[in-house]
Ligand binder design. Structure first.
Ligand SMILES: [Zn+2]
Length: 443
């Protein structure tokens, strides 16, 4: 076998949600081949995991990876002002190298906190794909589609998206390409339906922002006479391959529609709080049987890519909004970040739980920390007490990417330096060089 993890507390997230004490896990040719009390045989890489938690890698179902370059450049602003004055003018100057640098930094950050797969939407998809390939993470990538500037814009982006589908369809097993119509208010009906058609043709999913802010929903109703999910259903867009990011402001009827059409949700609690967008009713979604997963959104509105933080925030937020401390217990939130997230991306046969036959996407959490003692309930600790920095080992597709804090695919210092240089370059080109803090000016 290639990798043998010995004597860990294995949080499987399998159908019975088994937590196995002092169990071992073996990986061969990228897949989990055995989970047992005692595994015999030689392995190229042996990891001793006594008193450590061995669990499926976390899955971030909504982000814009390259936006790590925007981290901290524009905080404490309402969504539209933030987008129109701070984000879009800088994005207008984006070059492929910026997207590559920002995505590489995001992959490094995500991997180091136990995220083994992410669902992205951003320009220059080939640069995001390059950072996925080099870092060793798993990625579901989509090229944003919109046609607010006219039909020509939609056609151009659509052909880029189709190129992505063709180029990465079978090229790298760790890369999957989705269609990414940006949002119902930035896409025409024709563009939405073309995206749906392409998703069906390539047997893939659709990643779309829906109902993030109240203002957006109100102006949509004024424009179309319907709420966003009602409209998407009326035009025949909704289906079980649609992953809706945010879904913060919805009516009771829309929840029923989402359930009926098996729409999946990517909930981004920290970003929704930071931009004062609102609180998505995810406890209600879960109760209705809708698949809910968790996303960080981009680093411009978070400002980190850490799903441990997201899990805790998600649970606390539902308790406060429902005024019920029993709302959304820890085990359900852990499902959001693992098996539900895999289902949301159509990858639940491959990842999301530790089971024989699934891909070897495994992380190990070091429990020898003051804030994780005493070991009472491993699930509670993962959701309420652990931090991304407690992750000590990360394995993706059977390959050890990080072990005992040291990276085997990327040079941490080099990636950080490269991303910083490209961020300065980008902001300077956008005439906003003053947004970044130059260390050498202080020296
Ligand atoms: Zn987003």
């Amino acid at each position: 076998m290639d990798v043998l993890i010995k004597d860990g507390i294995v949080v499987t997230m399998d159908k019975e949600r088994r937590v196995l004490k002092n169990f071992s896990l073996a990986i061969e040719d990228g897949a989990i081949v055995e989970i047992a009390k005692d595994i015999k045989g030689e392995a190229d890489f042996v990891i001793h995991a006594r008193n450590k938690i061995v669990m499926p890698g976390l899955i971030n179902t909504h982000t814009h990876a390259a936006m790590t370059l925007f981290r901290g450049s524009a905080d404490d602003l309402p969504l539209m002002q933030w987008l129109q004055e701070e984000i879009w003018p800088v994005e207008a100057k984006l070059e492929p190298k910026h997207v590559y640098a920002g995505s590489l930094l995001a992959c490094l950050e995500m991997l180091s906190s136990g995220i083994t797969c992410f669902n992205d939407m951003y320009y220059y998809l080939e640069e995001v794909a390059r950072s996925v390939a080099e870092s060793g993470i798993r990625g579901v990538l989509s090229y944003p589609l919109l046609d607010i500037a006219g039909e020509e814009q939609g056609e151009k982006l659509l052909s880029e998206a189709e190129k992505g589908l063709r180029d990465y369809g079978n090229k790298d097993s760790r890369i999957k390409v989705f269609l990414g119509p940006h949002a119902p208010y930035t896409c025409s009906k024709e563009l939405l339906l073309k995206a749906k058609e392409l998703a069906e043709e390539y047997n893939t999913g659709i990643h779309i922002h829906v109902s993030e802010t109240k203002e957006e929903v109100e102006s949509f109703i004024k424009d179309k006479g319907m709420r966003p999910f009602e409209y998407l259903d009326a035009i025949g867009f909704l289906g079980d391959n649609v992953l809706a990011a945010h879904a913060v402001h919805v009516s009771r009827e829309e929840i029923e529609l989402m359930r009926k059409r098996s729409v999946k949700v990517a909930h981004n609690p920290v970003s929704n709080m930071k931009l004062a967008a609102g609180i998505a009713p995810v406890a209600e979604y879960a109760k209705a049987g809708i698949t809910v997963s968790l996303g960080t959104d981009g680093a411009a509105s978070n400002n980190t890519l850490d799903l441990f933080e997201e899990m805790k925030t998600c649970a606390l937020l539902q308790k406060i909004t429902t005024r019920d401390a029993s709302a959304l217990p820890a085990h359900e939130v852990l499902e959001f970040a693992t098996i539900n997230a895999a289902r949301a991306l159509g990858l639940d046969k491959e990842i999301g739980s530790l089971e024989v036959g699934k891909r070897g996407d495994v992380i190990i959490v070091d429990m020898q920390k003051p804030h994780l003692k005493p070991m009472s309930n491993p699930i509670s600790h993962l959701v309420y007490a652990a931090r991304g920095s407690d992750v000590s080992t990360v394995i993706v597709d059977g390959k050890v990417i990080m072990h005992e804090g040291s990276f085997r695919t990327l040079d941490v210092a080099e990636v950080c330096k490269f991303a910083e240089e490209e961020a300065f370059d980008l902001f300077e080109k956008a005439g906003k060089g003053d947004r970044l803090f130059r260390v050498e000016e202080v020296l």
